[in-house]
Design a protein around this ligand. Structure first.
Ligand SMILES: [Zn+2]
Length: 460
C-alpha cells in the first residue's frame, strides 16, 4: 500500500480533499494499533485547522546527529521546526504542548546521499537494464519515482541526493514534493550525469538504427563540460555529477580506467563552483580519485583503491567520501553466486570488495567526512536498503554513532539541507526507533520499528 503524509500545508485543494479522507483513515488505524491515537488525532486537528501546536517527544535515549546522546531527553517542535532539545527534566512540559513518551530512541531523519530514484533497480546487468532503458518513457520513470520516493521516506530517510535521471524527472519530482503535490523526502538532484561520449552512463551497444537520446549528457573537452554544467543548472539541477574514471574488468591488475581528462574535470568543476554548486564524481582507483580531487571534485562516489597519498590529498582539499558500500556488497554477492557471470567480473568483485574495506579504514583514520549512500535504483530497489549502508559501515569499523553521524549531520552539511541534527531551528525531520540503534544498528533496517516525521508531520 502506498504511504501517505499528513498535510504540511493545505493550500492545495486536491491535497486538502484527499488529506481529510486519509486523515480519518489514519486515526482509525492508529487507534486500533496503539495508544497514540489521541496525540496524533489532536495533532491532525490542529494542523488541519491551521492552529500551530507545540509537540513534545520524550525519549529514553535521544541521539542528536552530531555525535552526542542524551538519556531521558526531550525535543519540542512546532509546525515544521525544532524549538528546543535537551534533558526532559530541563525542558519540562510547555503549556499546551502535546506530549509523547517513548522507551525507544529519538534521532534525526536519515540521509541517503546516493540514489537513483528513477530506476526500478533490477538486480541484473546482462540484458534487463538495457531493456528497461529502451522501454521506459520519462513519464514512466517519474511516476515510479513517486512510489520509490514514498518508500524511501517511510524507511526513515527524510532526505536523498539523486545522482542522475533523464528528462529532468527527479528535478521535477523535487518540485512536486516541495509544493506538496506528492509525498517524498527532501531531494537534491543533479539532472543528468555528465560523461564523455560513449562513457559511463552514455550507454553504447545499440544497433545503428536505434536512437537512444538524452539518457545522459555526453560532453567532450573542457568547454563541452562547462556547457554541460550550464545546461543542467539551467534545467534546475542542485549539483553536478561527473563520471571521471570508471571500473574496468578486463585487466587482472588494474581495475579502473580514465574517461575524463584533467582539463575536462577542471572545466566542469570551475563552472559548477562559479555557480555555487558542488560536484560529485563516480570514480575509482588511486589515480582516478587523485585526478578528480586535484581538479576540484567535492564528493568521491564509490572510490575503491584509495591509498595513503590520495588520503592526504583528500584531507588537503576537504573532500567528502560516499563509499556506496551497499551496492558493492549486494552486487558482489549476486555476481559471485551467479554461474553465468564471467570470471573477469567475479575477479573485479573480489578485488573491489577487499579494496573497499581497506579504503574505509584509511578514510576513517584520516577523519575524512563520510556520507551514507546506497546507490539504490541501480540494481537495488529504492526504499529498502538505506540502513543497510549503516550496518556495513559498522562492519567496516565505524561505531554505530559514527555511522549515524554519517547518515545525518555529515550528509546534511554536504547536501546543504537544514536538518540532520536535533537542534533548535532545524527541520523537525525525526525518527522514533523502537529500540536503541547504538546497541544494535540493524534495528534501523527494520522499517516496522520506525516512526518517521518529515517537517514535524508523521509519515506512513
Ligand atoms: Zn550511482
Amino acid at each position: 500500500m502506498a504511504g501517505f503524509l499528513l498535510p504540511e500545508s493545505c493550500d492545495n485543494p486536491i491535497r486538502r480533499r484527499v488529506s481529510w479522507r486519509l486523515a480519518t483513515a489514519y486515526i482509525v488505524v492508529q487507534y486500533t494499533i496503539s495508544g497514540w491515537a489521541v496525540w496524533l488525532g489532536s495533532l491532525l486537528i490542529g494542523e488541519l485547522a491551521g492552529i500551530s501546536m507545540k509537540h513534545l517527544i520524550r525519549a529514553k535515549t535521544l541521539i542528536d546527529g552530531s555525535g552526542g546522546s542524551i538519556e531521558h531527553g526531550a525535543l519540542l517542535f512546532e509546525s515544521d521546526r525544532i524549538l528546543a532539545v535537551g534533558r526532559a527534566a530541563d525542558i519540562g512540559v510547555p503549556e499546551g504542548a502535546e506530549v509523547t513518551d517513548t522507551d525507544g530512541t529519538l534521532m534525526p531523519g536519515m540521509f541517503d546521499a546516493h540514489v537513483h530514484l528513477r530506476s526500478p533497480g533490477t538486480a541484473d546487468e546482462t540484458g534487463m537494464h538495457k531493456w528497461e532503458i529502451a522501454r521506459m518513457s520519462y513519464a514512466d520513470m517519474a511516476l515510479r519515482a513517486v512510489y520509490y520516493a514514498q518508500q524511501t521516506l517511510r524507511s526513515g530517510f527524510t532526505s536523498v541526493r539523486d545522482l542522475a535521471a533523464p528528462g529532468g524527472t527527479i528535478i521535477d519530482l523535487r518540485k512536486a514534493i516541495d509544493a506538496g503535490y506528492v509525498v517524498g523526502p527532501r531531494i537534491k538532484a543533479c539532472g543528468m550525469g555528465l560523461s564523455v561520449t560513449g562513457g559511463h552512463m552514455d550507454e553504447g551497444g545499440w544497433a545503428d538504427q536505434v536512437s537512444i537520446a538524452n539518457m545522459t549528457a555526453p560532453c567532450n573537452g573542457a568547454d563541452g563540460f562547462r556547457q554541460g554544467v550550464r545546461e543542467q543548472l539551467k534545467r534546475g539541477a542542485d549539483f553536478i555529477k561527473l563520471n571521471t574514471w570508471v571500473s574496468y574488468h578486463n585487466s587482472p591488475t588494474r581495475f579502473w580506467r580514465q574517461e575524463m581528462t584533467d582539463d575536462e574535470i577542471k572545466g566542469a568543476c570551475d563552472e559548477a563552483h562559479a555557480q555555487g554548486v558542488h560536484v560529485a564524481a563516480h570514480t575509482y582507483g588511486p589515480d582516478g580519485v587523485a585526478a578528480s580531487v586535484r581538479n576540484g571534485v567535492d564528493t568521491i562516489e564509490h572510490g575503491h583503491w584509495i591509498d595513503e597519498p590520495v588520503i592526504e590529498l583528500m584531507v588537503k582539499h576537504n573532500t567528502t567520501f560516499v563509499p556506496t558500500l551497499t551496492i558493492n556488497d549486494v552486487h558482489a554477492s549476486y555476481a559471485l553466486a551467479n554461474p553465468d557471470m564471467a570470471e573477469k567480473h567475479k575477479r573485479w568483485h573480489r578485488e573491489s570488495s577487499a579494496a573497499k574495506w581497506k579504503t574505509l579504514e584509511l578514510v576513517r583514520k584520516a577523519g575524512i567526512r563520510v556520507c551514507t549512500g546506497t546507490d539504490s535504483g541501480f540494481q537495488l530497489e529504492n526504499g529498502k536498503w538505506g540502513a543497510y549502508e549503516l550496518m556495513l559501515m559498522v562492519k567496516g569499523g565505524f561505531t554505530p554513532m559514527e555511522a549515524i553521524v554519517a547518515a545525518t549531520s555529515s550528509s546534511a552539511d554536504m547536501m546543504e539541507i537544514d536538518a540532520g541534527r536535533l537542534q533548535a531551528g532545524k527541520y523537525a525531520d525525526l525518527v522514533i526507533v523502537d529500540g536503541n540503534p547504538l546497541d544494535d544498528i540493524s534495528i534501523l533496517h527494520q522499517i516496522d520499528r520506525l516512526t518517521v516525521f518529515k517537517g514535524g508531520v508523521v509519515v506512513q
